[in-house]
Design a protein around this ligand. Structure first.
Ligand code: UD2
Ligand code: MN
Length: 543
């Protein structure tokens, strides 16, 4: 059953030291002011005729080659190859190596077009191109395959108006694959606006992105992952929004590119927004009703409590003001929630623009170790979550043991910027997140007994509640019946002093039934007795 033990082990703080070069590039970032907005652009001798002027202003850095409508994967179609023998083996090897079907990717044009995914209203918006800020697109990569990386770069060049794109900065985070060395340099050397910078040790995505940002010259920083494809018109809405609201951090809609078939699975309906659960895992959500009411048009920006992390635009001077990233974060994970909390708590807004679409390949599984994600999340919790961090630790007890380094400087930043509390963030920005009560003795790693009388599973979002099925013999997990008060009878329990969980609806007690119909132990409802199998304890347990 649920035995109780909880070891208190003192957290060791490990102070991480960063090399002088790193401090150096941060200083450089601070000095490279934002005022370098392109004068060339505004003075550019554009044709006077409005029609040709429009053509001139929207002209991408490079045009796509003529469309081969029958090309594999063209227009975002799925590629399905019927491979045999040696070819099949090669395909499998590419998947094992990259967790993406690179065999298929290599057969698709690096310049392919995508089918239309935007709301038709988006195409009617007219932009005053000469007054939009310029952007530097920063793409960090670690051991990325050739075709996915280069398709990303071509797609940015071919969908971004020349007048708006200052440069693409590729940051090699100490990759060790040969194709990313001299061949990459040779390939990009002939192109306008593409720069390559290399880290001299593995920095992780946070410091790799900052390395790119440190040499950027655009007004706005736009970050992308290295396996993306931009949709026509993706850039203008992001820059327009930042022009209107310089403290807005704006994400495109992230469409899914299938890792196996490369099908572009755009979400035709309303985009989803970001949330998180109490294990600090990022989650996707539909737009809540209060946000739908706030918006006046289906192409208005959508406020989002959190971002997925990889794809967003932020005004460079605002990014500096907000304290860029937490440079104590390694490799992967946690930085997206940390930045999201910081944006909201420190006075910015985080939004998804429904007119900006970018495809991203979500790999089959993680292609490299992500073990640092835990200490990154702990850093985020320690700096931004106040006492709510305990809700995280309760659900992830070994996070308490994680050496997360020194967060003093980040706490000072929070103070300096006069940022709001996590409670404010939950109440104002993410009111639909269910906040567990975690009353002593009434919660464990996965379940808690709420003061309303539910056995709630609130580790993952959306939370579920233990419910008694129609036959009243076994327990199932259902959507909690909203916050209906009183709780409906199927989900209502009493946790009695003797440790029994009584279900008034059936007049029975919850019992750990050792032999059920399918031979497996399960919680069931039985006539109340003094059986030890009807005594329950809620507890945290070290995994
Ligand atoms: C998501 C984000 C990702 C990041 C991550 C949390 C999207 C689409 N992606 O996971 O951007 O926020 O959540 O940390 O929102 N990279 C390096 N050095 C490293 C590790 C990664 O440069 O040590 C690069 C990598 O090549 C890629 C980017 O960082 O371009 C993000 O990594 P990912 O694609 O493995 O992360 P993803 O998409 O699973
Ligand atoms: Mn990615």
């Amino acid at each position: 059953m649920m035995a109780l033990y909880w070891r208190r082990i003192k957290l060791k703080s490990i102070f991480l030291l960063f090399g002088a070069c790193f401090v150096g590039y941060l200083l450089f970032m601070r000095n490279s002011s934002d005022s370098m907005s392109s004068t060339r652009r505004r003075d550019a001798p554009g044709p006077q005729d409005p029609e040709t002027d429009e053509e001139f202003l929207t002209k991408p850095v490079y045009e796509k080659p003529p469309l081969d409508v029958n090309g594999l994967g063209e227009l975002g179609r799925a590629v399905k190859l019927d491979l045999q023998g040696e070819d099949k083996k090669k395909e499998q090897e590419s998947i094992d190596k990259h967790q993406i079907n690179i065999y298929v990717s290599d057969k698709i044009s690096l310049h392919r077009r995508l089918s239309e995914r935007r709301n038709p209203l988006c195409k009617e918006v007219k932009y005053d191109y000469r007054s939009l800020p310029t952007t530097s697109v920063v793409i960090a990569f670690y051991n990325e395959a050739w075709s996915t990386l280069l398709r990303t770069v071509h797609s940015v060049l071919e969908t971004s108006p020349d007048i708006l794109l200052k440069e693409i900065i590729l940051v090699d985070d100490y990759s060790d694959r040969a194709h990313l060395k001299a061949p990459l340099e040779a390939y990009i050397s002939g192109w306008r606006k593409v720069r390559l910078i290399r880290a001299n040790k593995r920095e992780g995505l946070v410091r790799a992105r900052l390395l790119g940002a440190s040499i950027s010259t655009g007004d706005v920083l736009t970050f992308l992952d290295c396996h993306c494809e931009c949709h026509t018109g993706w850039l203008e809405p992001l820059l327009q929004r930042i022009k209107e609201e310089p403290s807005a951090v704006v994400c495109p809609v992230i469409d899914v590119i299938d890792w196996n078939t490369f099908q572009y699975l755009g979400n035709a309906g309303e985009p989803q927004i970001g949330g998180f659960d109490w294990r600090l895992v990022f989650t996707w959500h539909v737009v809540p009703p209060y946000e739908q009411q706030r918006r006046r048009s289906p192409i208005d920006v959508i406020r989002s409590p959190t971002m997925a992390g990889g794809l967003f635009a932020v005004k460079k001077d605002y990014f500096l003001y907000l304290g860029t990233y937490d440079t104590g974060m390694e490799v992967w994970g946690g930085e997206n929630l940390e930045f999201s909390f910081r944006i909201w708590q420190c006075g910015g807004t985080l939004e998804v623009h429904p007119c900006s679409h970018v495809g991203h390949i979500f790999p089959k599984k993680a292609p490299y170790s992500r073990s640092k994600a835990l200490s990154n999340s702990v850093r985020a919790a320690e700096v931004w979550m106040d006492d709510y961090k305990n809700l995280y630790y309760h659900r992830n007890p070994h996070a308490r043991l994680e050496a997360f380094g020194d967060v003093t400087a980040r706490l000072q930043l929070r103070q300096k910027l006069g940022c709001k509390s996590f409670k404010w963030f939950l109440d104002t920005i993410y009111p639909d997140l269910s906040v567990p009560e975690d009353r002593p003795g009434m919660f464990g790693m996965f379940f808690e007994f709420t003061s309303a009388g539910e056995i709630q599973y609130n580790t993952r979002a959306p939370e579920g509640c233990a419910a008694v099925d129609n036959v009243s013999t076994y327990l199932t997990v259902m959507h909690c019946s909203g916050h209906l008060k009183p709780v409906p009878p199927d989900q209502k329990f009493e946790f009695r002093k003797d440790g029994t969980l009584f279900h008034p609806g059936s007049n029975k007690c919850l019992e750990a039934v050792s032999k059920t119909d399918n031979g497996k132990p399960a919680p069931g409802l039985r006539t109340c007795s003094d059986s030890a199998n009807q005594h329950w304890v809620f507890e945290e347990r070290m995994p």
